[in-house]
Design a protein around this ligand. Structure first.
Ligand code: DOR
Length: 430
């Protein structure tokens, strides 16, 4: 196979699910020189490699706008290479990396380092998200212009909230000059202080200090007010409560430029999962109640919640194999995200089109990435999914260094079997 035709493929007979065009039909897809060059019921072409996709879904490459790849600084938890390989196996073709590295990604040099390192890996495209404040300390604005010039696609202090509303206002005003969204980790630290899990029945029964839903909701409300004040696009990360969804619904009805994401774990688990004392259920924001979970699903179905993002937060065993109160917050999520979302499809909660929209089209739109659709002329970022493949989540088989999943032992149905970036196959299931 020559280098040229490595990017030339005829994907035959798959069910094309393309949210931008509303297509859900069996089609052939032709890929030439890294771009989609044809989509039709029957395509014949000499000199290209054939992929038999009968029985498979052919969808726009999945996009995860919330991952932590820990590089630079915490390479023992994950590196850009292991993170990208894990994401590719999860079906992702593009990922946005949060800045809580060491040093924090608060300057163009670190943004550039991440991109350069990613370029050496055959995997998804990596887009850094720069910090809002220097060192994520919430005080002085980071070098936003410098980071944007070096490829940052958004700013966020994820892992930490920007507690000072005046600082957040300035960050939003600054970001709007560059046309990038501000992503926010919504948490009022005074309300959540020292909390371990959702404040409610389970925290009371287990004797753990709780994190009230209000700690998230007051910041969601604040950010909505600041979006109205500044006109800046604001994206609210990993929302976990019913109240947050109601606030975003209100903001959208008001026509404000607010978008939001939910994680697969908040869509699937509740605080009752913590009763096992499994530290892999420790995550920030915490797993909340069944009522919250249902509201997140409803929000996702109706479009108040724009997208699903994994909040892939790999940690080492030494940070998780400890008492619950000492364990790090976070769930390793890029390899299970698709399977968990497909579970909602199988339960009849989400249509296949909406699921793919939430994992590809919407995230592309929020961040302004070239992708999220299967139109002729678009870059060939394509995920091929076997919707019938059943598999078990086995942490020891995960490609991520972070084995911290609360889904170990779960049987899921549906898996990415080919992940293609710019026409290059970066993952193929055996
Ligand atoms: O649980 C979490 N872990 N939530 C965050 O916001 C940050 C993340 C991490 O970086 O480990």
């Amino acid at each position: 196979m020559t280098k040229e035709n490595r990017r030339d493929w005829l994907i035959k007979g798959g069910l094309v699910i393309d949210p931008p065009s509303g297509t859900m039909e069996v089609r052939d897809v032709l890929v030439e020189r890294g771009r989609i060059s044809g989509i039709a019921p029957q395509i014949s072409k000499e000199g290209v490699s054939i992929i038999d996709a009968r029985g498979m879904w052919v969808v726009p490459g999945l996009i995860d706008i919330h991952v932590h790849f820990r590089d630079p600084g915490y390479e023992y938890k994950e590196t850009i290479e292991t993170g990208l390989k894990a994401a590719a196996s999860g079906g992702f073709t593009q990922v946005c990396c949060m800045p809580n590295t060491s040093p924090v990604n608060d300057t163009g040099a670190i943004t550039l380092y991440m991109r350069e390192k990613a370029k050496k890996v055959k995997g998804p495209l990596l887009y850094p998200v720069g910090a809002i404040t220097k060192g994520q300390k919430g005080e002085t604005l980071a070098e936003i212009g410098d980071m944007v010039e070096n490829g940052a696609v958004a700013i966020s202090d994820d892992g930490h909230p920007v507690m000072n509303s005046e600082t957040m206002r300035r960050a939003m005003e600054y970001a709007s000059h560059f046309g990038i969204p501000v992503m926010d980790h919504c948490e009022d630290k005074n309300l959540s202080a020292d909390g371990l899990i959702h404040e409610g029945l389970v925290s009371t029964a287990l004797g753990f200090k709780g994190i009230p839903s209000a700690s998230e909701e007051v910041m969601v409300a604040r950010d909505i007010c600041l979006a109205r004040l500044t006109g800046t696009r604001v994206h609210l990360q990993h929302l976990s409560s019913k109240g947050s969804v109601e606030l975003v619904r209100w903001a959208k009805n008001m026509g404000l430029p607010v978008t939001c994401e939910v994680t697969p774990h908040h869509l699937t688990l509740t605080h009752h999962a913590v009763e096992t004392y499994d530290t892999n259920t420790k995550v920030n924001p915490p797993l909340r109640t069944e009522e919250d979970r249902q509201a997140l699903i409803e929000g996702l179905t109706e479009g108040v919640v724009d997208c699903v993002a994994s909040d892939h937060a790999p940690h080492s065993l030494k940070e998780k194999d400890v008492e619950y109160d000492l364990a790090a917050f976070g769930i390793s999520g890029v390899e299970t995200a698709l399977g968990i979302v497909l579970r909602l499809v199988q339960e009849g909660k989400l249509s296949p089109l909406r699921a793919i929209e939430a994992m590809s089209t919407s995230p592309a739109r929020i961040v302004g990435l070239d992708g999220g659709g299967l139109g002729v002329g678009q870059p060939a970022h394509i995920t091929i999914i076997d919707p019938e493949k059943t598999w078990e989540v086995k942490p020891e088989e995960m490609l991520s260094k972070g084995k911290n999943t609360p889904f170990a032992g779960w049987k899921l149905k549906g898996k990415a079997i080919i992940t293609m970036v710019n026409g290059e196959v970066v993952w193929e299931a055996r």
